[in-house]
Design a protein around this ligand. Structure first.
Ligand code: SAM
Ligand code: ZN
Length: 371
């Protein structure tokens, strides 16, 4: 295997030499490593240092970069698994390079998690984590961490694939990045509650081509019922920007309250909070202690997440400005205008032109048009 050294955080490890003439991601037979996921791995390291799980399973390790970093930069006992024998060989080599006592296994994740449980389990598959969530929930004692790179199915661009993977109705709105994340969380709830377990999201975000979610699994039928109570739908109007939120496992559809047009249900979605403010605060506190290449971006993401209003969707004010036939002013002016009218308003990490607010869309429109 032709490898080169890479460095993330304070950890060095070998990765396959990327063939520049090769399409990315590399084809089969190569072990996967994507430098663009460094912030995702930095976030894992920071969160793991805050949660301090008894042990951490990097269930789909590839190069093992994520697990090796958690072991080396957080001092947490780590197991790294991959079903690919070439990956296992590289993970062993990387554990030796870092001089770490890491357990390395070469099993199918379903087999591994049918016979063992870990305090924290990390799922980082190619594409959708949906086929692995059941095994992961059975094999997780407390913390489940999930990456999904199938944003097109989650966000409604590939509707049939979204329905197959998540048994949900995704719709490609301007806030699809958020409904994608909430669809994934809704799916995880459905996978967890059949075992009388609930979930509490700790730190979740959507970025570039992926969604990353971290949650605490809580045991007991009561916790499961609480999680189910946070499931519901967003009903998006087909004729105007209006949308309403509805809790419940079944969608109850009706015409738009603003214009009377038909609405379309998006979901089932997790409508509850997607962050734990205490965890975000602890991560921000701990950030200066870690050497992270993406530290600045990660800090800025954490600040934005901390300040996001707890609405279940947001408005893209450029879309509203286009509808109102006005050119969009700077976002801070719009936010200030909404606040001056007595509503709460703020930015969102999902989009640079997104505004979260408890104001109706007509109020944003009047701030934009001055009418
Ligand atoms: C996207 S890569 C993981 C990337 C890695 N976690 C990182 O941060 O660089 C997905 C890995 O999952 C492994 N994999 C896929 N299906 C699996 C299964 N059923 N059981 C175990 N490993 C699996 C693949 O061999 C591949 O190496
Ligand atoms: Zn309407």
């Amino acid at each position: 295997m032709d490898v080169i050294e890479a460095e993330e955080g304070t950890t060095r490890f070998f990765v396959p030499r990327q063939d520049s003439g090769h399409a990315f991601p590399p084809g089969t037979g190569r072990i996967f490593y994507n430098r663009r996921m460094e912030l995702n791995r930095d976030a894992t390291v920071l969160l793991a240092s805050v949660l301090n799980p008894r042990e951490y399973l990097d269930a789909m390790g590839a190069t093992g970069a994520r697990g090796i970093r958690v072991a080396s930069e957080c001092g947490i006992p780590v197991t790294i698994n991959d079903r690919d024998p070439e990956a296992v060989e590289l993970i062993r080599k990387n554990a030796a390079l870092a001089d770490l006592q890491v357990e390395v296994t070469g099993m199918n994740i379903h087999t591994l998690l049918s016979c063992r449980r870990f305090d924290a389990v990390d799922l980082d598959p190619f594409g959708s984590p949906a086929p692995f969530c059941d095994s992961a929930i059975r094999g997780t004692l407390r913390y489940l961490m999930v990456t999904a790179t199938d944003t097109a199915p989650l966000c409604g661009a590939h509707k049939k694939a979204g329905i197959r993977r998540y048994f949900a109705h995704p719709v490609n709105t301007e806030y699809h990045a958020e409904t994608g994340l909430r669809t994934l969380l809704g799916f995880v709830v459905r996978e967890a509650v059949k075992y009388d377990r609930g979930i509490r999201p700790l730190f979740c975000f959507s970025r570039e081509h992926y969604v990353r979610a971290h949650f605490l699994l809580e045991n007991g039928a009561g916790r499961a019922d609480t999680a189910v109570a946070r499931i519901g739908y967003i009903h998006q109007c087909t004729g105007c920007p209006d949308r309403t939120e509805q809790h419940g496992i079944l969608p109850v559809c009706g015409p738009c309250r603003s214009c009377g047009s038909p609405t379309v249900p998006i979901g089932p979605l997790w409508l509850g909070p997607v962050q734990d403010p205490g965890i975000l605060a602890a991560m921000l506190d701990r950030l200066p202690d870690h050497v992270l290449n993406t530290g600045r971006e990660l800090g800025s993401l954490l600040h934005t997440l901390r300040d996001e209003l707890p609405t279940s969707s947001f408005y893209d004010y450029h879309v509203l400005a286009k509808r109102g036939k006005v050119s969009p002013p700077p976002i801070d002016e719009v936010i200030a205008g909404i606040r001056d009218a007595g509503f709460r308003a703020g930015r969102t990490h999902y989009s640079g032109t997104g505004i979260r607010t408890d104001a109706p869309w007509q109020l944003i429109m009047s701030v934009l048009t001055g009418e």
